[in-house]
Write a protein that binds this ligand. Structure first.
Ligand code: HEC
Length: 173
């Protein structure tokens, strides 16, 4: 009988070794398993690709917002620059619904300011995203008419939707 127990013991040890190798995912500083990092999420991208893409899009949105904000402060605003920046925001965020799939939070090991609470209160996050999209679409439309006061108002309304999401779902820089 003992000759049967030896291979079993080996198998058990091998199993433990495997657990040891990949069971450390819960530890905060543990390196992320290469296989996990390469696994496509619901949007077809890996976590790293997802975070890269959304940060690049949001950076562009931030830049467009700065262009509008700076423009509105000038005594003779560059209307064409404001209009093109305002039009770029809905275009830049068209795919936003796919930017935050499960598995693209900080637990992925990718450096991100997206807070885990996004995936805990997803319906609220999605409704904040919808508020933003509606406001940004209005801003884009209003900007085409070229009325500074109306643009300023739509800009403020859109900015409030950025802030509403950031204060709950984005880590402070
Ligand atoms: C529904 C939520 C939501 C809305 C709406 C939203 N953001 Fe964000 N934003 C985030 C999250 C989450 C991050 C962190 C992303 C990450 O690090 O992966 C972020 C990051 C950013 C960044 C940093 C990008 C970088 O360089 O890493 C900028 C700039 C930004 N947002 C600007 C804006 C502006 C301007 C608006 C409105 C016009 C806006 N965001 C609307 C959630 C939102």
């Amino acid at each position: 009988m003992t000759h049967r127990q030896i291979p079993f013991a080996f198998a058990a040890l091998a199993g433990l070794a495997l657990l040891g190798a990949c069971g450390s995912g819960d530890a905060p500083a543990a390196p992320v398993d290469a296989e996990v990092a390469a696994t496509p999420l619901a949007n077809g991208l890996t976590a790293a690709e997802t975070v890269d893409a959304r940060q690049a899009h949001l950076k562009a949105v931030g830049k467009a917002f700065k262009t509008i904000s700076d423009g509105l402060k000038e005594s003779e605003p560059d209307m064409a620059a404001i209009q093109s920046a305002a039009a770029s925001v809905p275009a830049e965020t068209a795919g936003m619904a796919d930017w935050f799939p499960e598995g693209s939070g900080p637990a992925s090991g990718v450096k991100t300011d997206a807070l885990p609470v996004i995936w805990e209160t997803r319906a609220d996050f999605d409704s904040k995203m919808a508020d933003f999209k509606a406001a940004a679409t209005t801003l884009g439309t209003v900007a085409q008419a070229g009325d500074i006061a109306a643009i300023s108002e739509a800009f403020k309304a859109t900015g409030a939707t950025c802030k509403a999401c950031h204060q709950t779902y984005r880590a402070d820089d």
